[in-house]
Design a protein around this ligand. Structure first.
Ligand code: SAH
Length: 221
């Protein structure tokens, strides 16, 4: 990939990203590190060429296999929630998808573990991380509802597809003081922030209404 592709031209340029960041600020995103990373991350690389000119609109876009790349506002909001307290050195992401959220996390957190159930999506994401030179991302092809037990505990867990209820396994794999950000529900989904106070004690906050694709079980080769 040439540096022109990485930097972007016209509708994929830094100027276009600056407008996106301005809009995110207006919507209440406050974290400067998060806004800075979004400014520097070429979202057009995470979308098929035919749609790349829409990369910096604040909307979800299709990435194939009935899945979508998350809306930038949601990526910013979830990342800000994960980082809002304490030191976060490791994060588990369930639902790599295009890899955009993963790439944002990898620029803010030492170690990013990400699981995806659809192999072709995972392979495309992996190539994007290579092009961007991101080396602190560890990928696994699996059903992420079970988390990634051998790498646990995690300081933070982010889920980018909605289960009907929070998987117990994910709560178990959180470190004490760790934070889980997850959309929950079928049609009416709520974004929840769960903080693990002790082995048995969890504090849950409802953040806002959201619309995610469903968390599905099993894997696709
Ligand atoms: N963060 C991604 C969001 C992609 S959409 C992005 O911005 O591109 C949600 C992703 O979760 C899809 O790629 C879907 O295949 C994946 N997914 C759904 N259920 C899953 C599960 N049980 N385990 C792992 N990944 C899952």
């Amino acid at each position: 990939m040439s540096s022109v592709q990485l930097q972007g031209i016209g509708m994929t340029s830094r100027r276009t990203r600056e407008r996106l960041v301005t809009r995110l600020r207006e919507q209440g995103i406050k974290s400067l590190p998060v806004l800075d990373v979004i400014l520097g991350t070429p979202r057009h690389l995470f979308i098929d060429e035919a749609l790349a000119h829409r990369a910096y609109e604040d909307t979800a876009l299709p990435i194939g296999f009935n899945q979508t790349i998350s809306q930038p506002y949601i990526v910013a909001r979830m990342t800000e929630l994960l980082l809002s307290e304490g030191v976060v050195k490791s994060v588990l992401e369930v639902g790599t998808g295009s890899g955009y959220q993963t790439a944002v996390l990898a620029q803010l957190i030492d170690k990013v573990y990400s699981v995806e159930r659809i192999k072709p999506l995972q392979l495309k994401a992996k190539e994007r991380f290579r092009v961007m030179g991101l080396r602190n991302i560890y990928l696994q092809h699996s059903d992420g509802g079970m988390g990634w037990p051998s790498m646990a505990p995690f300081d933070a867990i982010i889920v980018t597809a909605a289960p009907e209820s929070i998987p117990e396994e994910l709560l178990e794999q959180l470190a004490i003081g760790g934070r889980l950000v997850i959309p929950v529900g079928q049609n009416q989904q709520e974004l929840k922030l769960v903080v693990k106070k002790s082995d048995k004690e969890f504090e849950t906050r409802i953040i806002e209404r959201v619309k995610f694709v469903p968390l599905l079980s099993g894997t696709v080769r």
